[in-house]
Write a protein that binds this ligand. Structure first.
Ligand code: NAP
Length: 297
């Protein structure tokens, strides 16, 4: 079947907040869409819109050449799909369930043992963004499978292939999420600190916090450049770690004084303190990237 001419039939397994958005987007784009979920009522609105409800997991898997799974985690994925036995043979499993790189690699082997193609994906979007240009989904695994279904995958988002190792999409997904959670942690701490005084938090967030976070992204290329180059001296440090360590210590002291728990930020003091003693101590915060990587055995 040429996926550019005829919308490929798709099965979506898992109709939580994200799975429902995926299924609705395929449906709206004209793909014959079969759906399955543990709690069947979550399929009702999709079925009313033209989706087909599969009564069993085997019926769901065999309904389409492309089977999209979006579940809570990998143990749930296997709990649901293991009993489907060889029904996946000759089909493609596109797994958009959040997990670790090792779980993705193991599941790629598991799918291959059942004669199925496999793509692992990391969704960098929230459900309302699915089908919108700003959504992005990262894919890794078989390049052939990605090329075969790229047009269909682009229905959901800008599809981005990151490599043949099935674990890469998970790795990138978790890395991007770790950056997001770090940013949320810092922003939460900032709001808690300012909130201890009579301040307009909404105004603070809009006029100072958001622009500040945007402005600080200029430092990201510097962090990336420092990564892996710990033996190279950098000519000049504009923000030496000694200075940063004083700032972190002051944040901790001020937080204690303002009755704000320092847990979200004080962990930064340890690698910063270690950085000060390093030979590359003049390399800015970039040194922290190398510092937290444990040596491989
Ligand atoms: N929501 C987001 O903003 C977002 C963004 C990016 C990526 N994702 C990823 O998308 C995946 C799904 O997230 P979601 O937001 O859709 O989560 P969710 O709303 O909590 O849905 C979880 C799904 O897993 C199913 N499930 C959970 N435990 C189960 C069990 N023991 N047996 C059978 N089914 C079970 C649920 O079925 P029931 O309906 O029967 O409970 C539901 O289909 C996750 O891996 C998540 O990381 C979500």
């Amino acid at each position: 079947m040429n996926e550019h001419e005829t919308p490929v039939p798709v099965t979506v397994i898992g109709l939580g907040a994200m799975g429902k958005a995926l299924a609705a987007t395929f449906l709206a784009a004209g793909h014959p869409t079969t759906v399955w979920n543990r709690s069947q009522s979550k399929a009702d609105s999709l079925v009313a819109g033209g989706a087909m409800r599969a009564a069993t997991i085997i019926e769901a898997v065999t309904a389409s050449p492309l089977v999209v799974a979006c579940l809570l985690d990998y143990p749930v994925l296997h709990e649901i799909l293991d009993p489907a036995g060889d029904a996946l043979a000759g089909r493609t499993l596109m797994n958009l369930t959040n997990g670790t790189p090792d779980q993705a690699r193991e599941t790629a082997v598991w799918a291959a043992q059942r004669g199925a193609g496999y793509l692992d994906g990391g969704i960098m979007a929230v459900p309302p963004m699915i089908g919108q240009p700003e959504a992005r989904v990262l894919y890794s695994g078989s390049r052939h499978v990605f090329d075969q279904y790229e047009h269909t995958l682009n229905r959901l988002s800008a599809a981005m292939y990151v490599g043949a190792d099935p674990g890469l999409a998970s790795l990138y997904d978790l890395a991007l999420l770790s950056a997001m959670y770090g940013q949320f942690a810092g922003a939460s701490h900032a709001l808690a600190l300012v909130g201890t005084e009579k301040a307009d938090l909404t105004e603070f967030a809009a006029s100072l916090l958001a622009p500040w976070l945007t402005a600080t992204t200029v430092a990201l290329p510097l962090l990336a450049q420092g990564n892996g180059t710990s033996t190279q001296a950098v000519e000049e440090s504009v923000s030496p770690p000694d200075m940063q360590a004083v700032a972190i210590a002051n944040i901790v002291t001020a937080s204690n004084a303002q009755n704000v728990d320092k847990a979200l930020l004080s962990h930064l003091a340890i690698p910063l303190r270690d950085l000060i003693g390093q030979s590359a101590h003049d390399r800015d915060l970039a040194g922290m990237v190398d510092l937290i990587k444990k040596p491989t055995e």
